[in-house]
Design a protein around this ligand. Sequence first.
Ligand SMILES: Cc1ncc(COP(=O)(O)O)c(C=O)c1O
Length: 475
Amino acid sequence: MQAAEAAFRREHPGYADTTVLDQLRRTDFARLDRHGHVYLDYTGGGLFASSQLSEHLELLESTVFGNPHSANPTSAASTELMDGARARVLEFFRASPDEYVAIFTPNATGALRLVGEAYPFHPGDRFLLTFDNHNSVNGIREFARARGAETTYIPSVAPELRVAEELLGRYLDDTPGDHHNLFAYPAQSNFSGVQHPLEWIERAHARGWDVLLDAAAFVPTNRLDLGRWHPDFVALSFYKMFGWPTGVGCLIARRDALARLERPWFSGGTIVAAFVQREYYQSAPGAAHFEDGTVNYLCLPAVEIGLRYLDRVAIDTIHARVGALGAWLIDALLALRHDDGSPAAIIYGPPAWKQRGATVAFNFLHPDGRVVDERYVDRVAAAHNVSLRTGCFCNPGAGEIAFTIARETLVGGEFGEGMSLDDYVRAIGLPSGGAVRASLGIASSFADLYRFNTFAAEFVDLVAVPDDLQPRTAC
Ligand SMILES: Cc1ncc(COP(=O)(O)O)c(C=O)c1O
């Protein structure tokens, strides 16, 4: 491995500036090597540093925190920490508090739902989104439909899985008169790693669209500067950025865009007053109007701790690290060959390190070109203690384009009652249940990739997989 690492370092001289992460791997992330893990699912969930946990625990043990919905001393202590976390979120993303509000949610999905259910869709309005979207964005089309708005998808183009720029212009120009129109896209694809241009935000604004940016897969390894870019709504989950806490996400919303939302209900925490004999309520101002019930107040301080940790390490260092490792990973997959010279892997998405993040979707191939069943990949990965993701990663649109599944195929093949996912995969003629995804993050190292390569070598000259694979239960 030493020779391979030396060659890698020569090829990526900037990697030397990220050695702080090797030190942290030995301390804050020591549990990975203690248990021999190769963790390659950062887009699924980030890893926390041990010091984040101890700092959080110390804080919780050092005082008493109560439910923030009161004025008593323990409540005031929680409110102070919540306000601190809120301010820190805006500061981390360089968002002016005059322009933006940070609303705490259970996760990115909760943030997306807040926008979807309250966006003032009416008949004649448009909801425009890229094929390449997480299902938690796709689901907003159901709110749009219920309110009579029209949903339009912008396709990506294989094999790079990017959106054709001129196509986007055409879709954005197609706005009927004075309407509420919402455009939603991911800053980074959780399927292919494609980074869709942030310049689209201004382009859409210039044509009167509101912009919902799904930043969940982007922000763990990239700087999102809301002083430079001004999307109306940004959704993210903190566990993807720094592992702990789970169960807390955020909607960062422009104040003017937030004022246009129409919440469909009220609840504890979101109002100043409500009455029973008179069916009237007065909404709470700002973020509180969007935070249903009691927020996760004991975990919110961990958000501030996590953001401070990322600031200390520097997001640019993480970005440089995963860039170098990601480029090596892609090259290694593309170089993987069977004895007859045929490719042993196929990548879905950009093969070059340009406008992409460290999330790589691929499949292993048999020598005759068939896709290796992803369930067997899971089995071999487990034997190597490698954590990868397989399936469609909750991003069916990117998968439909990557695997060239036509609309007619999907319309013709209904998911019938009692059908299993395996039956469905067979019915629509898919070669496998999806793809394999490797994603990198804060604690990734060259040694991880070297072990990944040893695992990948198991697929060279693999002619068939065993016939005892477990049935698929979800995509
Ligand atoms: C791009 C993207 N958006 C949204 C989500 C949903 O995040 P959560 O499950 O934390 O709500 C994910 C999760 O993987 C994601 O990758």
